[in-house]
Write a new protein. Structure first.
Length: 244
């Protein structure tokens, strides 16, 4: 039986946060560009893109993930779904040809059943009001042989996030609950997603290149241990299972 867990905020509150920070979103991410863009590089390695596929990028923010997808496989059609009108305007300004769709709630997506070959969901699950419903909706709109790549910070990232924000500012995360990996895995299993690979990354998210590289070497050797759970970006590569 699927857990009825619902967070204490609404999707509207999430939308309001990203609207408020839309004007500084790109600038703040540029300050930590290598760490920010790591999500795209890692995702492309796991999406298994093929010619002509239809990809849902949710949530798309400024649309940068679409650049990586189309560079990897130019014939893919990328549909960028975003809850913040402010960030959609930023994306339009930066990428005039971007195909975007405004979503009103993560609990009911405006797409047909079995519409997408691939799903990319980067740093979204921790924000949605009804995470189980969101994952069920991603299951509904994906084809039977779909692959989904999802990333989110683990629960251990909460204090590092607060410290970084207090010291350096940034765009903030707004309403969120960083999830332990075991809980994410349970959600995926309960909503019809078969986990193929789970990987913790970014043990040291900021610092000189040598420190970042050393952190990745350490965490790569420690996958499946508590050390991997300290990586601030956890990746989950899944295949859709049928028969829900």
């Amino acid at each position: 039986m699927v857990s009825p867990h619902i967070n204490k905020w609404t999707d509207r509150e999430v939308e309001a946060h990203w609207d408020r920070v839309s004007g500084i979103y790109v600038r703040e991410n540029e300050r930590v560009k290598k760490t920010h863009d790591q999500r795209f590089r890692e995702s492309i390695m796991r999406l298994r893109l093929e010619p002509g596929m239809k990809v849902l990028n949710i949530t798309s923010r400024d649309g940068e993930a679409a650049d990586y997808i189309t560079r990897a496989e130019p014939s893919c059609r990328v549909l960028n779904a975003e809850i913040s009108s402010g960030l959609m305007e930023v994306a339009r300004h930066l990428r005039s040809g971007l195909e975007q769709v405004k979503i009103e709630t993560y609990s009911r997506l405006p797409f047909r059943d079995r519409e997408f070959d691939r799903i990319l969901s980067l740093e979204t699950l921790e924000h949605v009001a009804e995470p189980y419903r969101f994952l069920e909706e991603l299951h509904r709109v994906s084809l039977d042989d779909a692959v989904m790549v999802l990333s989110c910070p683990p629960a251990t990232s909460e204090w590092p996030y607060r410290i970084y924000t207090a010291l350096f500012g940034g765009h903030g995360e707004g309403p969120h609950r960083f999830l332990p990996s075991r809980e994410v895995k349970h959600m995926l299993r309960e909503t019809g997603w078969k986990l193929i690979c789970h990987k913790g990354t970014l043990l040291f998210p900021v610092g000189p290149d040598w420190l970042l590289a050393m952190g990745e070497k350490i965490i790569d050797r420690c996958q499946g241990t508590f050390i991997a759970e300290w990586g601030i970006r956890q990746f989950y590569c899944c295949e859709k299972t049928v028969g829900l």
